[in-house]
Design a protein around this ligand. Structure first.
Ligand code: HEM
Length: 444
């Protein structure tokens, strides 16, 4: 299914080849530019959190009851907004744009859980069109947004000025990508403008216009040096990496945060430890920042235990071996289909004491500091296909979770739910969804 939608381009669905390594390198470098410490990422994320908390406050009189899916929806909105800002820049920031996008992504994740069957039971692929309709709607929506961004980028290119103007603009992934693409002589020479059907989509129209303008600018300035190191870049790849970021960076985040809140509600004694620590370190008003992470070891431990206990991706994206591999006593020939069971690593009793118990203190050392040295702790995977968003994800989860716990107390609305620990097994889908239970929010 992933191949049918992303077509092997971008990152997630790309085979392990030069295109993949260039795109991974580009995204890591770009994240480092605006995702580092005390970054625009942190400032934007805190802004989004403040708006959401104010929204919650307005709804709460004394006791505010809601279903966990309402919380999940508002978390999805926050995490999509974060990815949106990183990808498109805050210049395009407008709730009217990403609210429908966040809804489409959530809908996709809910409906495409069943699509896993396509991988194993070919007969089920007759239902493909129905499920894909939604996925394609999301992809079209994103392509239209990218076209809008390309249009303004195109208007910005002042021929000779191009290099100077865009060399300093590193505020979002699309502009950084376009800058590389428009400096890529291989692409500019080979992109087949005459074959492009401009009546088909806004994306095609903008791709054509941008390339035409750039080609004419180079013709007028033959001495201009084109110096992109990323030779594999293309418009198709751009469209796919944007989809990759929304696919990989939104539901994983909101699921993890949603589970953390549900655990806090199920275990009031653990929630008290969190609130006490936050009160001691931050008080009731100061919003958390990256630099507070080391001072809040219990919060860090709680988040890590959530990542361990209900990893957002229990079974990873299907992969294959790129060469013959000997793994333990097994010989896996080249091109063997591999499903990685991440869940088993993080519940393995040989690595974890009381593996099936939710126990944040396993991440606290004897001096009360946060420690995370267990080799089986790999919620973001390891190796060549490991998550590129780990540091961004950890920072945002910390900021959002700490802010919520600082301002609110979460509890279960129904005693019946509190008794039923089986609910905590979750609902299987592409990710592992939390149960639909009623939560009570109280201002602290
Ligand atoms: C709680 C949050 C997150 C978790 C638990 C998580 C986990 C993972 C895991 C386990 C993989 C490996 C999948 C595989 O082996 O195929 C992965 C890949 C990936 N993640 Fe994340 N992720 C999170 C957040 C993010 C964020 C915020 C972004 C970006 C904004 C992101 C971008 C990606 C991308 C692009 C890949 C594909 C890497 C590749 O194919 O080499 N993730 N993630």
């Amino acid at each position: 299914m992933i191949h049918s939608t992303l077509k092997g381009k971008g990152m997630i669905s790309s085979p392990y080849n030069q295109d993949f390594t260039e795109h991974k390198k580009f995204l890591i470098n770009t994240f480092n530019k605006f995702g580092g410490r005390r970054s625009s990422l942190e400032v934007n994320c805190l802004q989004i959190i403040s708006e959401t908390l104010n929204g919650y406050r307005n709804e709460i009189d004394q006791n505010f009851e809601c279903v966990s899916t309402q919380i999940k929806n508002s978390l999805s909105l926050m995490t999509s907004e974060n990815v949106f800002n990183m990808t498109f820049g805050i210049g395009m920031h407008d709730k009217k744009r990403f609210k429908p996008l966040a809804d489409l992504i959530t809908e996709n994740f809910n409906s495409t859980g069943v699509a896993a069957a396509f991988n194993f039971i070919p007969l089920t692929r007759v239902f493909k069109t129905f499920i894909f309709k939604n996925v394609l709607k999301c992809s079209d929506y994103l392509n239209n947004l990218i076209s809008e961004k390309m249009k303004s980028f195109n208007e910005d290119i002042e021929d000779i000025d191009f290099q100077i103007k865009h060399v300093t603009d590193e505020s979002n992934i699309i502009e950084c990508y376009l800058k590389e693409l428009m400096n890529n002589d291989k692409f500019l020479c080979s992109f087949p403008l005459s074959n492009i059907n401009t009546s088909s989509s806004l994306f095609n129209i903008q791709s054509k216009r941008l390339t035409e303008k750039r080609r004419s600018s180079i013709t007028q300035n033959p001495n201009e040096k084109l110096k992109s190191n990323y030779k594999s870049f293309s418009f198709d790849h751009l469209s796919s990496i944007v989809q990759d970021l929304f696919l990989a960076g939104t539901e994983t985040m909101s699921l993890t945060l949603n589970w953390a809140i549900i655990y806090a509600a199920y275990y009031p004694e653990l929630q008290k430890e969190i609130s006490d620590e936050i009160d001691r370190v931050l008080g009731s008003e100061k919003l958390p920042t990256e630099s507070d992470r080391a001072k809040l070891p219990y919060v860090e431990a709680f988040i890590n235990e959530t990542l361990r206990y209900h990893c957002a991706g229990p079974i990873l994206i299907p992969r294959s071996t790129t060469r013959d591999v000997i793994f333990r006593e097994y010989h896996l020939p080249e091109n063997t289909f591999i499903m990685v069971n991440m869940w088993s690593c993080m519940r393995d009793p040989t690595y974890w004491e009381d593996a099936d118990k939710f126990e944040p203190k396993r991440f606290i050392d004897s001096d009360g500091n946060f420690k995370c040295k267990n080799p089986a702790m790999m919620p973001f995977s390891v190796g060549k296909r490991a998550c590129i968003g780990e540091s961004i994800a950890r920072l945002q989860i910390f900021l959002i979770f700490t802010s919520l716990m600082q301002k609110f107390h979460f509890s279960l609305a129904s005693k019946k739910d509190a008794m039923n620990k089986k609910l905590l097994l979750g609902i299987p889908g592409i990710g592992l969804n939390p149960p639909k239970i009623s939560l009570k929010l109280k201002l602290r």
